[in-house]
Design a protein around this ligand. Structure first.
Ligand code: NAD
Ligand code: UGA
Length: 463
């Protein structure tokens, strides 16, 4: 058995590294068109930051794990080919802003059809609209080389920041397919380290749809608690207390009830919008509207937070310095895709605030690129005004102390653990007075900070 994976991103890289680590008998070849990404996977400076990932890669790389840009060669040699390419929201044409752009998936399928000989198992690892396997199968069956294929759906449920833990000890592995032999072959790979009773098998369509559904349910919980946070702020209830009170009901459960400035990440919004598009396509308008509300609520939460900052700072942040702590979409990742921080920063910039941004893992280049994209239209056009604001009003610094010096306010946008351990007396002394903290993650010790002298504003808590 030889494995190849097309796409060396946040999923392809860690997933294949874990398979290679756990299955020393299986050669695993990860390929990508992006040379810089492949070079990084082959270096000591991996392209993604994930706790524990360095060790996993180091153990397997050079033994049975290889990274290269030799896509054709890797496909030709493999018995099992994972497709783990990006499936972003379409930004053009039919379904723009909602449907998944399946261009990259289709190109992979065509490449596999062109290069393959003999029999191959093709595994959809990317998150896809239900029934994508049908199109993949059609394209594969047009292979002129007499090759034959089985298509499986094996969606990935890892979360960034805990990818290694999630891969090592997943709640379940899901495999959808038609051919019992191919399903068994993939089960055998995972069974190297995962109990068989945690490997679920379904038909192809259930597997594809379960992935979109899982993300929709998770995001819905975040939007639900965030909706309640607004009511808490209006009534004097405390959202953390409400979350604890409802989370102890075993039917509800305690996870994913942390109120925040809104969910981010490359997938929740994209996958829900994709679900909405599918429902609309099948004429299920009410169902589409139900799920779309999860995204609408999330946008509202981000906007509510930046508006609260402006209102609290005497209705103007123009020329005020705001220290932004954290830019990644959650802690323990350098990923900024769809991070709520982007939109909060954009709104504050448009109010002419001066932002000093610190994130322990996100480089300045990514911060500026994200802000530029958020200020641009679908065609990538940005106004001169927004461009100037990003150039002149954004400074990226290397620690929280520097970020907060002379600041009027601190906005905590990512829940990095290191933010809890700072010398708040020192920070307070160096700030403009009154010194405000807007804790968008309910991360800090609010009582302690109030004692230091800060005026605290937190999500879902009244002052
Ligand atoms: P990513 O953008 O980090 O990586 C995708 C990679 O595929 C890129 O490096 C790109 O260069 C490469 N690629 C695209 N077309 C290619 C081609 N034709 N040949 C070779 N390489 C090609 O994306 P990601 O975050 O790894 O997500 C991949 C898929 O997994 C998506 O469908 C996503 O929804 C899903 N997913 C992501 C996560 C996550 O935590 N990021 C979790 C579960 C599922
Ligand atoms: C999510 C899912 O958890 C994974 O199972 C899934 O595989 C993945 O999407 C995907 O398909 O891409 P991820 O986006 O990496 O994983 O991270 P999460 O931990 O789910 O957090 C998503 C966002 O929700 C973050 O911005 C986080 O801060 C926010 N969140 C999460 C909250 O605001 N409150 C919570 O209680 C939980």
């Amino acid at each position: 058995m030889k494995i190849c994976c097309i796409g060396a991103g946040y999923v392809g890289g860690p997933t294949m590294a874990m398979i290679a680590k756990q299955c020393p008998d299986i050669p695993v070849h990860v390929v990508d068109l992006n040379q810089a990404r492949i070079d990084a996977w082959n270096s000591d400076n991996l392209p993604i930051y994930e706790p524990g990932l360095d060790e996993v890669v180091k153990e397997a790389r050079g033994r049975n794990l290889t990274f290269s840009t030799n896509v054709d060669e890797a496909i030709a040699e493999a018995d099992m080919i994972f497709i783990s390419v990006n499936t972003p929201t379409k930004t053009f044409g039919i379904g723009a802003g909602r449907a998944a752009n399946l261009e990259f998936i289709e190109k992979c399928a065509r490449q596999i059809a062109k290069v393959s000989k003999g029999h191959k198992i093709v595994v959809e690892k990317s998150t896809l609209p239900v029934r994508t396997a049908e199109a993949v199968k059609r394209i594969l069956s047009s292979s002129g080389n007499g090759a034959t294929f089985d298509v499986l759906s094996n969606p990935e449920f890892l979360a960034e920041g805990t990818a290694v833990e999630d891969l090592l000890d997943p709640d379940r592995v899901l495999i959808g397919g038609e051919s019992p032999e191919s399903i068994k072959a993939l089960c055998d790979v995972y069974a190297h380290w995962i109990d068989r009773d945690r490997i679920l098998t379904t038909n192809l369509w259930s597997s594809e749809l379960s992935k979109l559904t899982a993300n929709a349910f998770l995001a819905q919980r975040v939007s639900s608690i965030n909706a309640i946070s607004a009511l808490c702020e209006a009534t004097g209830a405390d959202v953390d207390e409400v979350a604890r009170a409802i989370g102890t009901d075993s039917r509800i459960g305690p996870k994913f009830l942390k109120a925040s400035i809104g969910f981010g990440g490359s997938c929740f919004q994209k996958d829900i919008l994709n679900l909405v598009y599918l429902c609309e396509h099948f004429g299920l308008r009410e169902v589409a509207a139900y799920w779309e509300q999860v995204v609408i609520m999330n946008d509202h939460q981000k906007q509510r937070f930046s508006e609260r900052i402006v209102k609290t700072l005497f209705n103007t942040v123009s020329d005020k310095k705001i220290a932004v702590w954290g830019f990644a979409f959650k802690k323990d990742t350098n990923d900024t895709r769809e991070s709520a921080a982007i939109y909060v920063c954009r709104d504050l910039l448009r109010e002419r605030a001066r932002l000093t941004i610190y994130d322990p893992q996100v480089p300045e280049k990514s911060i500026r690129a994200e802000l530029t994209a958020a200020c641009s239209d679908m065609q990538g056009q940005i106004s001169e005004n927004d461009k100037r604001l990003i150039e002149q009003n954004v400074t990226v610094v290397s620690d929280c102390y520097e970020a907060s010096k002379d600041a009027h306010a601190i906005a905590v946008l990512t829940e990095w653990d290191e933010f809890k351990e700072l010398d708040f007396d020192r920070i307070f002394q160096a700030m403009q007075q009154p010194a405000f903290v807007f804790d968008g993650r309910n991360l800090l010790d609010h009582q302690k900070l109030s004692k230091v002298g800060f005026e605290l504003h937190a999500i879902g808590k009244c002052r």
